[in-house]
Design a protein around this ligand. Structure first.
Ligand code: PMP
Length: 289
C-alpha cells in the first residue's frame, strides 16, 4: 500500500514525492533527521525529539522550516493519514538545493521530508534473546551530537558485522566505547550501578538515553556518566542499548563472549517494562481531540 509522504508543505503518494538531484542532502549529506516512535496511537518522547531537531539545525545553521505547533501537528497528521498506531515517523531537513558547490549561501530554502514506517515496536522478539555486538574502531566524524544523515560508516560497519553473524557494532575510540551504530550503549556493573558514556561531541545525545537515566534514578539505581573501556563492558553484570525504536534492548554478548551468561539481565528487563508502562500513559495521542 502506498504511503502518504509529506514534502515541503504538500502531501504526496510516496511514488510522487520528488526531491531535486541538486539537494544538498543528496550531494553532501547536508541534512539532519529525527525518528519518533508511535505505540498505542501515541507519540513517544516527542518533546525530546523536537528539541534535539532544533539543536541539530542550529548547529548547522539550517533554519527551522516550520514552527513548533506545526511540527507537532505534522507528526500527528502523518500518522493519522497513514493509519499508523504502531511504528515510526521519520523526519529529515536538508539545507536545500543549489548548483553543486562546497560553499553554500545563507538563504537556501530547507527541504522538509516526513514519512512513516508501520512496524511492530512492542513485543520485539529481540527483547527476549538480546543482541550480540562486535567492537569496531570508531570512524565517524567528530560532531556526533548532531543527528546528521552521514550514516555511511555506521551502515558499512553494521552490514559487515551482520555478515559475520553479529546484530550490531559498538564503536571504540581511544580504548573507550562511544555508542552502537544507531543506539546508545550502557552497562550495569557488578555492584548494580548503571554506567553510561557522558554527553559530549563523541556520541549522539539519545532521547531514550535521557529518559532511561531519569527512570533508573527514580527506580533507585545509582547512575554514573563517564567513559568506560571495552574490558569494563566485557566484565559487566549486564549491558543494553537504548534507542527510539528499540527502547531498552539487552546485549548478551560482546565479541562472542557472553555477558550475564548470555541471558537478558533483570535490570534491563525492569527498565524496559517501566519505560513501556510509563510511556503508554504519558505518550501524546495522535487522534484528533
Ligand atoms: N546513537 C546513534 C548514533 C543513533 O543513531 C541513535 C538513534 N538514532 C541513538 C544513539 C539513540 O538515540 P534516540 O534514543 O534518540 O533514538
Amino acid at each position: 500500500m502506498s504511503r502518504t509522504v509529506y514534502l515541503n508543505g504538500d502531501w504526496h503518494a510516496e511514488a510522487d514525492a520528488k526531491v531535486s538531484v541538486f539537494d544538498r542532502g543528496f550531494l553532501f549529506a547536508d541534512a539532519i533527521y529525527e525518528v519518533t516512535a508511535v505505540i498505542d496511537g501515541k507519540l513517544i518522547d516527542y518533546p525530546g525529539h523536537a528539541a534535539r531537531l532544533k539543536r541539530s539545525l542550529t548547529a548547522l545553521d539550517i533554519p527551522m522550516p516550520v514552527d513548533d505547533d506545526q511540527l507537532l501537528a505534522l507528526h500527528k497528521e502523518i500518522a493519522r493519514r497513514n493509519g499508523i498506531t504502531e511504528g515510526l515517523i521519520y523526519l529529515q531537513v536538508s539545507r536545500g538545493s543549489q548548483d553543486r558547490d562546497f560553499v553554500f549561501p545563507s538563504d537556501l530554502k530547507p527541504t522538509l521530508v516526513m514519512f512513516t514506517q508501520a512496524k511492530r515496536v512492542l513485543d520485539n522478539p529481540k527483547w527476549k534473546t538480546g543482541l550480540s555486538l562486535e567492537t569496531v574502531a570508531e570512524g565517524r566524524w567528530s560532531q556526533r551530537q548532531i543527528k546528521t544523515v552521514q550514516l555511511l560508516y555506521s551502515s558499512l560497519m553494521k552490514t559487515e558485522a551482520a555478515r559475520r553473524g553479529f546484530d550490531d557494532v559498538l564503536f571504540v575510540e581511544d580504548g573507550h566505547i562511544t555508542e552502537a551504530s544507531s543506539a546508545n550503549f550502557h552497562i550495569i556493573t557488578r555492584d548494580g550501578t548503571l554506567v553510561t558514556r557522558d554527553l559530549s561531541n563523541v556520541l549522539l545525545h539519545g532521547i531514550t538515553r535521557g529518559s532511561i537515566l531519569d527512570l533508573a534514578q527514580r527506580a533507585g539505581l545509582k547512575v554514573e556518566e563517564r567513559a568506560f573501556t571495552v574490558d569494563e563492558a566485557r566484565s559487566a553484570a549486564e549491558a543494553f542499548l537504548t534507542s527510539a525504536t528499540s527502547f531498552v534492548m539487552p546485549v548478551v554478548s560482546l565479541d562472542g563472549l557472553p555477558i550475564n551468561g548470555g541471558a537478558v539481565g533483570p535490570h534491563s528487563q525492569r527498565l524496559l517494562e517501566l519505560y513501556i508502562s510509563e510511556r503508554l500513559q504519558t505518550g501524546d495521542p495522535i487522534a484528533e481531540t
